[in-house]
Each structure stands twice: as structure tokens, then as C-alpha cells.
Design a protein around this ligand. Structure first.
Ligand code: LRH
Ligand code: MN
Length: 429
């Protein structure tokens, strides 16, 4: 099932194919002079994918307001169709990461079949114990997995076990656990006891992991708590993941660090200890802004991918990172932002593949700082667009996916099919 008329995409590509052929040949010659086989890079890029956050296909908001656009998805099946549009046009997003209960539905088999019909699969499941659901016995106002009240912790653990069950029905093999637990006042929380309660709760979730499953612990410096957060940084996450066991690893959301923190160094540390779960890619200028990946600091994203490609190149043991986007689209068409962000992440991966690793090793060994950093810059400053387009062409996707999306009239069609939803209230979804 293809939500966009494939003929439209094929016609679109026909007009652009000749230009691509000469651009691809030219880039191939340039890279060959640098000892790089363009076809090898194309193969690696073709095998690369990043998951779409189901909560990202609807218009996002802030605590002040949310301004929904036309044709907002009404339920998880609408979200899945929008994810299918993103994958049909860009062919870089073969999986979807669901959030429970936002994506709850009555028939998981039906959802799994619908996804399969679109050629989509399910990535890590996300639990939600950072907001209260109608009729929920225990409130998470003062925490969830680390709440001082045992019944509230048990409720939060039960919710995570339910997310695993749903994930099993959908073919997912991972659970991401992000909690907002923390404090707003000095003295409000006993830091060591709260961490002990976190371990007590997550051990129960860990024990319930089916074989082949992983548990991703997501750290975050602040928000919704603004004095302390139980899993505030990679150190707390690493301590917890180490205490839990090999199936527990640390997920790096790029927006969850203090400004100017060297995230690529954190990534290198987690890789070295086989504790890198993967990523929530986005960008930010101040806080957890959830802006489009690579839209503010593309070189920062590149330096993270440089560490990832180096680890794969060196065959580091236990290196299986999961790649996911986690963004909030407040002022753009979410489908366009997700197509663009997926391409940006794919582009950054392709650029990192162009780093001359042997020359870099030699420059680092020789403490030739300038030569070393210029080798990274050279890769980053290479326009790999022809490689990305060649990958899309060979996958039946659109050479210019945003242009093809706009030409498809999909958003207008959805505006007609899906009644406008009220806006006004705050919140990210
Ligand atoms: C927390 C977070 C987490 C999700 C939520 C939507 O800020 O990054 O990954 O559960 O956003
Ligand atoms: Mn996240």
C-alpha cells in the first residue's frame, strides 16, 4: 500500500535523472582520487535507516500553546499512514517508534498488518510515566519509578511491562524508559534513596525483558523537574545500566545535555563500555528544544557520527546503536520536517564515511592537530547529495522528496479527510 501515487514519483525522477547521473559520476571521480569507492559508500548509506517518532507526525507545541495544522493525524493508523509517506518518498525511515498510551489502539495485530502493508516495522517502544491518564489510581506528580510511594512505583512498573507486551505483539525488541522524576527544591528529594528506588523498579522491568530485547535508559538534564533529575546525565544512566545488566544500555537524546557539553565524547565513552543504546536525534540551541536534526549545529551531529563510523570501522564489540528521531514540529509540516531530518541524518552518516581513517589515525599518532581536524572538515564539507539521490532512485523514492511531497497534494487531501482538531492547549502533542 503506497499513500502517494508512485507514477508521480517516477515522473518526478525522470526529469531529474540526467542531472543526477553526471553529478554522481563527477563525485565518484573526486572520491576515487581520495581513495574512496563511491559505490561502497552508496551501499552503506542504502543500508542505513532512522526510526520515526510516532509523536512527531502531529504538530508539536510548547507549554504555552500548540497550533495544529490541517490534516492532523487522529489516531495511530493516521500516524502510520503519514510515516508511510515519509518512507515512500525518502526510503530512509523503515521503522516507527511508538509511545504508549498516546498510540493505544484496540487491535495490535491490525496495526502490525497495516505497518507491514506500508513496508514499515516497529522500533523501540516508549513508556509514559511522566503524565497521568484519566482514572489512573496513583498520580505521577511526585515521580513514577522513583516515587516514595510503593503503590505508585508498582503502577509505573506495570505500565512498562504492558509496553513490553504491546511491543512483543508488534515485533519490537526494545523499550525506552525516560522518566521526568526529580525535584524542584533543594532538600525536596533524597538523591541516593531516589536512585535506589529507580534501580529497584527498573530491575523488575529488566527481569521481564523477553529474550533478544534491550532496555534503553534515557537521561535528561532537566524538565519537567528543574532542580534535580534522577537520571540527569550519562553518568547516572551508566551507573544504572551497569547495575541492571547487559541488556540495559544508555540512550543519548542530543537535546538532553547542558549547552556546550561534548556529546561526541559521551558517545565514545558509552561505545567503549558497550553501553551505547542509540540516539534520539534532534537539534537545539538552548534547552530540550526538539528542533529538526542538523538544523542548528550540523557539525555537532557530524562529530557524533564520526565516533559511530570509527567504532564500526574498528569493529568495536557490542556496538549496535538504534537510530531514532525525537523532534517536535511546531511551525513546519511535520511530514516535511521528518523527511528533511531523516535525510540530514543520512547525509551526516554518508559524510562521516568519507573520513580518511588511516590518515586520521596517523595524524592523531603524530599529534598533528591541524591535519587531523582538516581531515574531518574535508569529509563534512563534501556535498554527498548525489549519493543520497542515487540511493533514493534505486529504492524507488523521490530524488527531491519535499518537492514530490508538495506536488502530491497529500496534506490537502488529509485536510479534507481529517477534521480540524482544536488547538490552544499547551503540551508537546
Ligand atoms: C523527553 C523525551 C523522551 C520522550 C519524550 C516525548 O524529553 O525526549 O524521549 O518520551 O521526549
Ligand atoms: Mn527523547
Amino acid at each position: 500500500m503506497r499513500p502517494i501515487d508512485q507514477n508521480l514519483i517516477d515522473k518526478h525522477n525522470e526529469t531529474l535523472r540526467p542531472q543526477l547521473q553526471s553529478d554522481y559520476t563527477h563525485l565518484g571521480e573526486q572520491l576515487a582520487r581520495r581513495g574512496i569507492a563511491i559505490e561502497r559508500v552508496r551501499e552503506q548509506v542504502a543500508a542505513f535507516g532512522v526510526a520515526i517518532p510516532s509523536w512527531g507526525v502531529g504538530t508539536g507545541g510548547t507549554r504555552f500553546a500548540r497550533f495544529p495544522g490541517p490534516g492532523e493525524p487522529r489516531h495511530v493508523f493516521d500516524k502510520l499512514q503519514d510515516c508511510a509517506v515519509i518512507h515512500q518518498l525518502g526510503r530512509a525511515t523503515p521503522t516507527v517508534s511508538l509511545h504508549i498510551p498516546w498510540d493505544k489502539c484496540s487491535d495490535w495485530r491490525e496495526l502490525r498488518e497495516a505497518a507491514a502493508g506500508y513496508g514499515l516495522a516497529f522500533d523501540a517502544m516508549n513508556s509514559n510515566t511522566f503524565s497521568d491518564q484519566p482514572g489512573q489510581p496513583q498520580s505521577y506528580k511526585f515521580g513514577s519509578l522513583t516515587h516514595t510511594d510503593a503503590a505508585t512505583r508498582a503502577q509505573a512498573v506495570a505500565h512498562n511491562l504492558e509496553c513490553i507486551e504491546i511491543g512483543q505483539a508488534l515485533g519490537s525488541t526494545a523499550l525506552t524508559v525516560w522518566i521526568g522524576d526529580g525535584s524542584n527544591f533543594p532538600g525536596q528529594q533524597h538523591f541516593r534513596r531516589a536512585f535506589e528506588r529507580y534501580l529497584e523498579s527498573t530491575r523488575q522491568i529488566y527481569a521481564a525483558l523477553p529474550s533478544g530485547w534491550r532496555m534503553f535508559l534515557e537521561h535528561k538534564i532537566c524538565e519537567p523537574a528543574f532542580y534535580s533529575t534522577v537520571i540527569q546525565d550519562w553518568g547516572s544512566s551508566y551507573l544504572a545500566a551497569s547495575a541492571l545488566g547487559p541488556k540495559a544500555q544508555c540512550l543519548v537524546d542530543l537535546g538532553h545535555h547542558a549547552p556546550n557539553v561534548n556529546i561526541e565524547l559521551i558517545v565514545a565513552r558509552l561505545i567503549a563500555s558497550a553501553k551505547l543504546a542509540g540516539f534520539h536525534f534532534n537539534d537545539s540551541k538552548y534547552g530540550d528544544d526538539d528542533l529538526d536534526a542538523g538544523s542548528v549545529s550540523p557539525y555537532r551531529l557530524f562529530l557524533v557520527f564520526n565516533e559511530l563510523v570509527a567504532a564500526a570501522h574498528e569493529g568495536v564489540v557490542g556496538f549496535h546503536p538504534a537510530y531514532m528521531l525525537d523532534q517536535s514540529h511546531n511551525v513546519t509540516d511535520p511530514i516535511e520536517s521528518l523527511i528533511d531530518s531523516a535525510e540530514q541524518v543520512q547525509r551526516t552518516y554518508a559524510q562521516a564515511l568519507l573520513v580518511d581513517r588511516a590518515a586520521l589515525d596517523a595524524a592523531q599518532q603524530a599529534n598533528d592537530a591541524l591535519a587531523a581536524t582538516r581531515l574531518l572538515k574535508r569529509a563534512f564539507q563534501t556535498d554527498v547529495t548525489p549519493i543520497l539521490q542515487q540511493v533514493r532512485l534505486q529504492a524507488g523514492a523521490a530524488l527531491e522528496p519535499i518537492a514530490a511531497y508538495r506536488a502530491s497534494g497529500y496534506r490537502a487531501r488529509m485536510a479534507a479527510e481529517r477534521p480540524l482538531r482544536g488547538g490552544g492547549g499547551g503540551g508537546i502533542v
